[in-house]
Ligand binder design. Structure first.
Ligand SMILES: Cc1cc2nc3c(=O)[nH]c(=O)nc-3n(C[C@H](O)[C@H](O)[C@H](O)COP(=O)(O)OP(=O)(O)OC[C@H]3O[C@@H](n4cnc5c(N)ncnc54)[C@H](O)[C@@H]3O)c2cc1C
Length: 473
């Protein structure tokens, strides 16, 4: 008798229900990770995420080894590999933690149905505070607005004591063959990843360490500091949460414990817990409205007349060459570190969709490829929110002014100076402004668009799609 534990986005030993319950059977446990290229493009991992995954698997392998176990790596369709592994090892149980994106849900349902004939299949929740179907409106429908969703979630209960890591993981007498990690080719040929990863420590221990360091320092003035991109005012836990190196239940539990001991940190840490709620809301929405991975939640936006020939401006945006300093700083931070500050994500997304009229899906795609925390639900929510077509979205007339945002949230220009070296010599007053046509700044481009004129144009287009009679030509 053996239990297969299929690791996916739960790359940790603590608070891992599938692993915990597998160990409780007292039978030998075989942990396996499958690099499974799912059929839809939106479920494919982007390049930055593949790099993170490489390091995360490395960390998990070491942690499992320290507990007497071995991670088995395979590549290919899980629907083919799992039955093979069950036959090869004689395992009679298969445990995994649930994923909630449409492609994984479909595959997992089919797998469960077919494999139930040959073994016991159990799945668990390891990546959300509560299941997406547990917190619903009184009429049984899903929430589309965050605040009532979060209030309902708090009433339902968000505190769950995390499960301990198993002290010892019983290994089988014969360990199945595993592919070497390098053969998964998660790292790029041209090693651009080395610079990016110099900004990060990966793995379960690093994630916990980061949270425990953040709570006493960042937790205190999180409410104010979280909006200032020049400061380390947020936790930077997003990639760790995405890959499941830490669970949201651990985060909330430890934050609540910290609060019980440090009442003065209350408002900051409470606000931080509420942000974990946005992640929860994102998965709630994606689970109930799976079509939103590609289509807007607000149907009127399917008729929006996006700019047609936008390839060139899209490239300028991607490369951080728009001529708007705060935008270029954000896009370059993303390129160099695989991460971007939340405030700046909103500003760059607003410029792309509302001023440059590039479809939000193009921005979502770029983020998916370049973010180490690329997360289908949070990314789609963030993009649709900013474009004005999603749940609880920013109203269409809210178009972030990149100059005013820069002056307000990066008043001394330190964030811009860090990422746009050609503007380092500018004064704190000048640094937020685009270059004037006559100004001699050869190495910094003129603005890609006139902010005021493009704002007016966007507003009139948004007005039009509100009219039921409007048809895209
Ligand atoms: C256009 C756009 C795209 C985005 N794409 C992603 C994405 O692909 N992956 C991703 O994890 N987040 C995404 N976000 C949300 C947010 O920007 C990041 O979660 C946050 O910047 C991560 O930094 P942090 O861990 O320091 O956050 P903290 O402020 O420390 O927050 C703690 C955690 O709460 C969650 N969280 C915080 N804000 C949000 C939010 N607005 N939506 C959902 N969850 C949130 C994250 O898991 C985060 O790690 C996007 C936002 C926008 C506007």
């Amino acid at each position: 008798m053996t239990v297969l534990v299929w690791f996916r986005q739960d790359l940790r030993l603590t608070d891992n229900p599938a692993l915990y319950h597998a160990c409780r059977t007292g039978e030998p446990v075989i942990p396996v990770f499958i690099d499974d290229p799912l059929p839809t493009s939106v479920s494919q991992l982007g390049s930055a995420s593949r790099v993170w995954l490489h390091h995360s698997l490395q960390a998990l392998t070491q942690d499992l080894q320290a507990s007497g176990s071995h991670l088995i790596l395979r590549q290919g369709s899980a629907s083919v590999i799992l039955p093979q592994l069950l036959a090869e090892t004689g395992a009679t149980r298969l445990y995994w933690n649930r994923l909630y994106d449409p492609a994984s849900l479909q595959r997992d349902r089919q797998l469960k149905e077919s494999l139930r004939q040959v073994c016991e299949v159990r799945s668990f929740n390891a990546s959300l505070l509560n299941e997406p179907w547990e917190v619903l409106k009184a009429d049984g429908t899903p929430y589309k607005v965050f605040t009532p969703f979060w209030q309902a979630m708090l009433r339902y209960g968000i505190q769950h004591q995390p499960l301990p890591a198993p002290a010892q993981i019983p290994a089988p007498a014969q360990v199945p063959a595993s592919l070497p990690l390098d053969s998964l080719k998660l790292l790029p040929h041209i090693r651009w990843d080395i610079g990016m990863m110099s900004h990060w420590q990966v793995g379960e221990r690093a994630a916990l360490h980061k949270l425990l360091n953040f709570l006493p320092i960042g937790g205190k003035d999180y409410q104010q500091a979280r909006d200032l991109p020049a400061h380390s005012g947020t936790s930077r836990l997003s990639p760790h949460l995405h890959f499941g190196e830490i669970s949201p239940r651990q985060v909330v539990w430890l934050a609540e414990q910290f609060l019980a001991e440090n009442a003065t940190a209350d408002s900051g840490v409470r606000h931080f817990i509420r942000e974990i709620g946005w992640r929860e809301f994102a998965w709630h929405l994606l689970y109930h409205f799976p079509h939103t991975v590609e289509r807007p939640l607000d149907e009127r936006f399917t008729r929006f007349p996006w700019a047609e020939n936008h390839e060139e401006i899209l490239i300028r945006w991607q490369r951080g060459q728009t001529g708007y300093p705060i935008i270029d700083a954000g896009m370059r931070e993303l390129w160099q570190t695989g991460w971007m500050h939340n405030r700046v994500r909103m500003i760059v997304a607003s410029l792309l969709c509302k001023n440059l009229l590039v479809p939000w899906q193009k921005g979502e795609n770029w983020f998916r490829d370049t973010l180490v925390d690329a997360d289908l639900a949070s990314n789609v929510l963030g993009w649709q929110w900013t474009a004005g077509c999603g749940a609880d979205a920013a109203p269409y007339f809210r178009i972030f002014n990149p100059i005013l945002q820069s002056q307000k949230f990066d008043p001394d220009g330190d964030y811009i100076r860090r990422w746009v070296p050609e503007l380092r010599e500018r004064s704190s007053k000048q640094i937020h402004l685009p270059r004037e046509p006559g100004e001699n700044k050869q190495n910094y481009p003129l603005p890609v668009v006139d902010f005021k004129a493009s704002r007016e144009q966007a507003l009139s287009l948004f007005e039009k799609i509100k009219q039921p009679s409007f048809r895209k030509t």
